[in-house]
Design a protein around this ligand. Structure first.
Ligand SMILES: Nc1ncnc2c1ncn2[C@@H]1O[C@H](COP(=O)(O)OP(=O)(O)OP(=O)(O)O)[C@@H](O)[C@H]1O
Ligand SMILES: [Mg+2]
Length: 456
């Protein structure tokens, strides 16, 4: 029976002893008025119809995904306290929220009189009739195993593939097997898997659900407007509108790159560097094992980051590069890519503050922060076409940086930036770490003053 929000199932037909519609159930027992999209999603979760055997929801942040899952679970247990549900949560926080939403429902004596064995915990709720809800978070090393009727994966982009693979077959022996996958399409470790599932949903027999922010009456629209200023357009679309990033074409808009190029002869476009320690200055380095090592020297004045120098070495030994860095930039912290462990250790031994950048974890986030700075006009690079040696201006130093930034593009198949001639881009990405830190899942906190915990 295909369902839409205008057409809820007739519960009396499905479960003869149940008379409440899901939306009433949610409002009476969970105290919320679910949005049409939430109602559709919850109905799909509780439905036994074959077209709802597997359900996937891709929705923006705070859209009420987890609470919908919790309410639907309670509804299912109310009907059938022998069900076994295995819930794999992308993070401890998500698991805790599920518990916070679920616990008041299952401990409500009107709904579940004397139904539980003991008190529910974050990890187990056990029913006397044999059913249970088991919750595991993505930090688990392995799946404990056992059979389940329903496998639910919440914030799936955060769940490593080995756990998904281990959990996937748990429901195979069930008479009412079901899989539920929910997430925002954030740039996290398992994004590719989630997007593939979403895009091939009909082939994979998954029923798709999404709902817009406009129907989420509990979301503060002013906060969304503020977030627009703090996030690059792509991150905003993913996190606040529930979209999938278009990871194709150039990584950064070439028009925005052109707009970031300044004339160093004009103080209003490119103010002189301030004396130390009035502003923050730092370097970023991509060691570039094959070919080029690239160093950028940056300064932050108010909110704007100015690129002050760009050095590219292709023939020099690492020993002489390190010496040059020590002599010219030794007083400033350096943000090198983390892979050259021994070389980074050398820099440390030379007395430089070293903050390695872990590309596997931080690259996507830092790329989005470069995009945000370009969109906001908060990144300035000397125009490579302007050279006036008499005035000490040598734009040619920035030629490769700008050229590589413009050419930097996503691989069509993997959706990841292509690793060709990207050393200057990687140095720029490293440079962002001085001014940007993640807060929780992907969302940035702009670092506005020198912060010691950056170097901890
Ligand atoms: N229909 C609703 N009416 C009122 N409040 C709601 C409704 N749905 C969700 N909320 C509230 O919105 C907040 C977020 O809900 P929930 O954690 O389920 O969202 P989510 O989509 O899982 O969020 P995240 O993206 O952080 O995982 C909670 O405070 C919840 O109580
Ligand atoms: Mg959630």
């Amino acid at each position: 029976m295909p369902l839409s929000h205008t057409e809820e199932p007739d519960w009396r037909q499905i479960f003869p002893q149940v008379t409440l519609q899901l939306s009433d159930f949610a409002s009476i027992y969970a105290g919320i008025t679910p949005s049409p999209g939430q109602i559709d999603f919850m109905n799909a979760i509780v439905s036994k119809a074959p077209e709802h055997r597997q359900v996937v929801a891709k929705v923006h942040r705070k859209a009420g995904k987890t609470i919908s899952v919790a309410i639907a679970f309670a509804r299912l247990f109310k009907h059938d306290p022998t069900l076994k549900i295995f819930h794999l949560s992308g993070s401890y926080l998500q698991a805790s929220r599920l518990y916070d939403y679920f616990k008041p429902l299952v401990t409500n004596r009107e709904l579940f009189p004397d139904a539980l064995i003991g008190e529910p915990t974050r990890y187990w709720t056990k029913f006397k009739k044999g059913g249970c809800l088991e919750v595991l978070t993505a930090s688990a090393k392995s799946i404990r195993g056992g059979d389940a009727d329903i496998l639910s994966i919440d914030e799936a982009v955060l769940v490593p593939m080995n756990l998904i693979n281990a959990a996937w077959p748990l429901i195979r022996a069930s008479k009412f097997p079901k899989r539920i996958v929910t997430s925002t399409a954030s740039a996290e470790i398992n994004l590719e898997w989630f997007i593939r599932l979403w895009q091939n949903a009909s082939k994979l027999s998954f029923d798709r659900h999404e709902w817009p922010e406009s129907e989420c009456h509990w979301i503060n629209k002013e906060e969304s407007e503020l977030a627009k200023l703090m996030l690059d357009s792509q991150t905003y679309q993913i996190e606040y509108e529930g979209a999938i990033a278009e990871r194709r074409g150039t990584v950064w808009d070439n028009n925005l790159i052109n707009a970031a190029l300044v004339d160093p002869r004009k103080a209003e476009e490119y103010p002189l560097p301030a004396a130390d320690p009035l502003t923050e200055k730092w370097t970023a380095l991509d060691w570039g094992f094959i070919g080029q090592a690239v160093l950028l020297f940056c300064e932050k004045q108010a909110e704007t980051v100015y690129v002050r120098d760009c050095r590219i070495w292709s023939k020099e030994s690492y020993t002489s590069i390190k010496q040059e860095i020590k002599e010219d930039f030794g007083d400033y912290p350096i943000y090198p890519d983390s892979e050259a462990v021994a070389d980074n250790e050398d820099l440390k031994r030379m007395g430089i503050r070293v903050v390695p950048v872990i590309f596997s974890k931080e690259k996507d986030f830092l790329i989005s922060r470069v995009r945000w700075r370009l969109e906001q006009g908060l990144l300035k690079i000397p125009n490579p076409d302007i050279t006036d040696l008499a005035q000490g201006i040598d734009g040619r130093k920035y030629f490769t940086l700008v050229q590589q930034m413009k050419a930097y593009h996503y691989n069509e198949k993997t959706g990841k930036p292509e690793k060709v001639n990207d050393h200057a881009c990687d140095a720029l990405i490293c440079a962002m770490k001085h001014v940007e830190q993640t807060s929780g899942r992907g969302l940035p906190v702009t670092v506005t003053s020198k912060s010691d915990d950056l170097f901890g």
